[in-house]
Ligand binder design. Structure first.
Ligand code: ADP
Ligand code: MG
Length: 698
C-alpha cells in the first residue's frame, strides 16, 4: 500500500484508463507518487466573502454570497449567453455562461442562497463573472474551506473534464489512502534540528493547507529537501573527486615566472589579480587537482592571470594549454601571449581547425615530445590525435560557450587529470554558481585595472536617431571606431527586426566617408577573421555585426557600441557587448536603441544597463527578472527545471544554509555510511535516476 512509486495512477478512484492516459501525456503523471508530487501552483482563500459593491475588475478571484434574481438569454451566434442577475443586497453582479444554459437554469433556482466563486471583471460598469463555481450556501462550510489549491492543467485535460477542481478531487482520493506515514526522506535528527515538518504532514498540507501558516511550513520542508539533496550530491561528488584523483603538485615558483614578473609584466597587477593568483597557486601546490572557476568582468584582466598560472605549470616541468571558444579569440590570445613571453625562450603554438598540413604536424609532434610549452587552441585540441607529453594545466576561456562533454574529453587525455581553470566574463550570481558549479571552487576578480573610465550608457528610440548619428559623426571624425550590433542576420518576415544587411546598407550610405566592416555568424571563419583584422588595424572604422563579436575581442580604439533592437537581447548579453568598448584610454559610450513602445520588462532592463556597469549586479538583476531557466548553463544541467518549489533566484539564503549543512555531513562522513546518514545514501541513489545529468554540473 505504501509504495506509491510503483502504483499506477490508473487504479486510483476517479481515474481509469482514459484519464490515466491524459495524466501521463499532459502532466507526466503515471504513478500515485507522481500525482502526490504535482503541487498546486496557487491557493485561493475561500474563507473570505466579498460584497458586490467592493469588487473591482482587478481582483484575482472573489467569493460572493447572495441569490439569483432572474435568468436571461442575451446576444446572438457565438456571443449568445445566459446571464443570471445575482444580488447580495449591496449590488447586482452578472453571472455569465456561454455554454450549458439549460443545465444551469435547471440546476440553480432564484431565491436560494448560493456562494458564487470566480474571477470578476467589469463590463459596462457592472461586475461580471463568467462561468463561476456555484454552491448552495448550506453545503459549504466556508470557515473550514481555507485555502483552495489550484492545479495546472492543459486545454486537452480541460476538454476532457479534467480541470483543476477534478485534479483536486483526485488528490483528495489519494490523500485519503495515506493512513500511515510515508517513508521519510530526511533523517529524524535533521528534521528535529531544522524544525521541519514530517514528509507526510508536508505533502498533505501542501495539497490541503488549513491556513497560510501551515502552507508555509509545508513549502519550507519540501523546498529544504529539494535544495538539500542537490547540495548533498554536489558535496559528495566533489569529495569523491578529491579522494579519487591526485593532482600534480606544483610546488615551486620558478625562473620563468620570476623573470616574467620582474621584466615582462607591462603593468602592475591589481589586488584582485594578485589574490586570485594566490588562490590558484595554493590549489596547484596542494596535491589536489584544481577545478576552479574564475569569474571576472569583461576587461578585468583574466588573460594575465591565465598566463601567469601557465608559467607556474611550466616552471614545474609541465605543459599548459589555453582554449577559447572561437578562432578569432584564440588568435588574439596567441598574439598577446607570444608578445608577453617574447624573449623568455618558451615555445608557444597556436592550433586551430584551419591550421593544417606540415605546420599542424610539427605542432602535434612538439606537443607529444614536450617541446611546445604553451598551446593556444580552440576545441580543435580535443581531437584525438592531439597528445601532450605532460599536460599540467588547462585554461578554458569563456566557459559558458564550452560544452561540458568537451571538458570531459579533455579530462580523459591523461591518467592524472590536469589542473583546470575555467574563466568566464559572464558573472554568475552566487546562488546559481553554488548550484550549477557546486563542484568548482570560485575565484572572483572584482576590480578593473586602474584608469578605466566607466562606459556611459544611454537609451535611444529608433524613431529618432538623428542625434545619435550626429554624435557618431563627431567621434569618428576624432579618429575613433564604432560597433553597430544587430540581433539577426537574415530578414524574417514574422519578426519585425532591422536586419544586418539592411543596417549595413544604411550605415554605408549614412557614413560614406568611412569604410565599414560586416561580420556575422554565416561567414567562413577565415573571412570573419580577415574582416575583424581589418577593423582591428583601423582600416575600417565601423563594424556592423551580429553578436559574433560578443566575447573577448579587443580593439582599444573602438569607443562606441551601438546596439540596435536592444530589447531583443538579454541583460548579460547586453553587458557582454558593452564590454567590447571601454578598453582604451578614451571615454567610451554604449547606446541602446529600442522602438518607442517597449514593455515594462524591457524598460527595467534598459534602466539597469544605464544605471550600472557592475556585471554581478546585472547578473543578479537578470536572475530576478528572467528566472534561472534562461541563464547560461542552466539548460545544460536541467537543474533549474527539476526544482518544483525552490527557486534559485529567490531562495539564496536557504541554498547557502543547506549547502553548509550538506558539506558538514560529507566532511564527517564522506561515504554516507554512518547509521544516522544511511537514508541520505538511499535517497541520493534514487535521485540518480532522475532526469538531471549530474555529471554535467561540475
Ligand atoms: P578579460 O578579463 O575581459 O579577458 P583581458 O585579460 O583581455 O580582460 O584584459 C583587458 C585589458 O586590460 C588588456 O588589454 C590587458 O592588457 C589589460 N590589463 C590586464 N590587467 C591589467 C592591469 N593590472 N593593469 C592594467 N591593464 C591591465
Ligand atoms: Mg578574455
Amino acid at each position: 500500500m505504501q509504495d506509491l512509486d510503483s502504483r499506477d495512477v490508473k487504479y486510483l478512484t476517479g481515474v481509469g484508463p482514459a484519464r490515466a492516459a491524459l495524466l501521463a501525456s499532459e502532466l507526466e503523471v503515471r504513478t500515485l507518487s507522481d500525482l502526490l508530487y504535482t503541487f498546486p501552483f496557487k491557493y485561493i482563500d475561500r474563507s473570505r466573502l466579498f460584497h458586490i459593491n467592493e469588487v473591482d475588475g482587478a481582483m484575482p478571484y472573489i467569493q460572493l454570497k447572495g441569490q439569483i434574481r432572474s435568468f436571461e438569454m442575451r446576444g446572438e451566434g457565438p456571443r449568445k449567453r445566459l446571464v443570471a442577475y445575482f444580488s447580495d443586497g449591496t449590488g447586482v453582479a452578472e453571472l455569465v455562461w456561454f455554454q450549458g444554459a439549460k443545465f444551469i437554469v435547471d440546476r440553480y433556482r432564484p431565491g436560494v442562497e448560493y456562494v458564487v466563486f470566480g474571477k470578476p471583471s467589469m463590463y459596462q460598469g457592472k461586475v461580471n463573472i463568467s462561468h463561476p463555481e456555484i454552491d448552495p450556501e448550506d453545503k459549504l462550510n466556508l470557515a473550514d474551506m481555507g485555502l483552495q489549491p489550484y492545479y495546472n492543467t492543459t486545454e486537452r485535460m480541460k476538454r476532457a473534464g479534467l480541470n483543476s477542481a477534478a485534479l483536486r478531487k483526485l488528490v483528495e482520493n489519494l490523500l485519503s489512502l495515506i493512513v500511515e506515514p510515508l517513508p521519510e526522506t530526511l533523517p529524524q535528527w535533521l528534521i528535529d534540528r531544522e524544525h521541519l515538518m514530517s514528509l507526510t504532514q508536508a505533502l498533505k498540507a501542501i495539497h490541503q493547507p488549513h491556513d497560510a501558516m501551515e502552507l508555509r511550513l509545508a513549502q519550507a520542508r519540501l523546498k529544504y529537501e529539494e535544495l538539500f539533496y542537490v547540495q548533498l550530491n554536489l558535496a559528495r561528488y566533489q569529495s569523491d573527486r578529491l579522494r579519487r584523483f591526485k593532482g600534480f603538485v606544483f610546488s615551486r615558483i620558478g625562473e620563468k615566472f620570476n623573470t616574467f614578473y620582474s621584466t615582462g609584466l607591462p603593468f602592475s597587477l591589481t589586488d584582485a589579480q594578485k589574490r586570485v593568483l594566490r588562490e590558484i597557486r595554493s590549489d596547484m601546490g596542494s596535491g589536489r587537482q584544481m577545478n576552479r572557476l574564475l569569474q571576472g568582468d569583461v576587461g578585468s584582466g583574466k588573460t594575465m592571470v591565465a598566463l601567469m598560472s601557465m608559467l607556474m605549470a611550466i616552471d614545474n616541468g609541465y605543459q599548459a594549454c589555453i582554449m577559447a571558444p572561437t578562432e578569432i579569440l584564440s588568435e588574439q590570445h596567441f598574439a598577446n601571449i607570444s608578445n608577453y613571453l617574447d624573449g623568455l625562450g618558451l615555445r608557444v603554438e597556436l592550433l586551430t581547425g584551419s591550421i593544417k598540413g606540415k605546420r599542424r604536424q610539427s605542432i602535434l609532434e612538439g606537443l607529444a615530445d614536450g617541446s611546445v610549452n604553451i598551446l593556444v587552441s580552440t576545441h580543435a585540441v580535443l581531437e584525438d590525435p592531439v597528445q601532450f607529453f605532460r599536460l599540467g594545466l588547462v585554461v578554458i576561456d569563456e566557459q559558458h560557450r564550452f560544452g561540458v562533454a568537451q571538458r570531459a574529453r579533455l579530462w580523459r587525455k591523461s591518467d592524472t587529470p590536469p589542473h583546470v581553470l575555467v574563466m568566464t566574463a559572464t558573472p554568475i550570481p552566487r546562488t546559481l554558481a553554488m548550484t550549477l558549479y557546486g563542484d568548482l571552487d570560485v575565484s572572483v576578480i572584482d576590480q578593473l585595472p586602474p584608469g578605466r573610465k566607466p562606459i556611459r550608457t544611454s537609451h535611444h528610440y529608433s524613431e529618432n536617431l538623428t542625434g545619435v548619428f550626429a554624435f557618431l559623426d563627431c567621434e569618428l571624425a576624432a579618429g575613433r571606431q564604432a560597433y553597430i550590433v544587430y540581433p539577426l542576420i537574415e530578414e524574417s518576415e514574422k519578426i519585425d527586426l532591422k536586419n544586418l544587411q539592411e543596417g549595413y546598407a544604411f550605415i554605408c550610405e549614412r557614413f560614406p566617408q568611412y569604410a565599414v566592416s560586416k561580420v556575422h555568424g554565416k561567414l567562413k571563419p577565415a573571412e570573419k577573421d580577415a574582416e575583424m583584422q581589418r577593423f582591428k588595424r583601423g582600416e575600417t572604422r565601423i563594424m556592423v555585426a551580429t553578436t559574433v563579436i560578443e566575447v573577448g575581442v579587443d580593439v582599444p580604439n573602438a569607443s562606441i557600441m551601438m546596439i540596435e533592437d536592444a530589447h531583443r537581447f538579454g541583460l548579460s548579453q547586453l553587458h557582454q557587448l558593452r564590454g567590447r568598448v571601454g578598453r582604451g584610454a578614451e571615454q567610451s559610450y554604449c547606446m541602446l536603441v529600442t522602438p518607442g513602445k517597449i514593455s515594462d520588462d524591457t524598460r527595467r532592463r534598459i534602466e539597469i544597463m544605464t544605471a550600472t556597469c557592475d556585471g554581478f549586479e546585472i547578473a543578479e538583476a537578470d536572475l530576478k527578472l528572467r528566472g534561472p531557466g534562461d541563464l547560461e548553463g542552466t539548460q545544460q544541467s536541467g537543474i533549474a527545471f527539476d526544482l518544483r518549489l525552490a527557486s534559485l533566484a529567490r531562495d539564496g539564503q536557504l541554498i547557502e544554509h543547506v549547502r553548509h549543512v550538506a558539506r558538514e555531513i560529507i566532511d564527517t562522513d564522506p561515504t554516507l555510511s554512518d547509521q544516522q546518514n544511511i537514508m541520505f545514501a538511499r535517497v541520493l541513489s534514487r535521485l540518480k535516476k532522475s532526469p538531471i545529468d549530474w555529471s554535467s554540473i561540475s
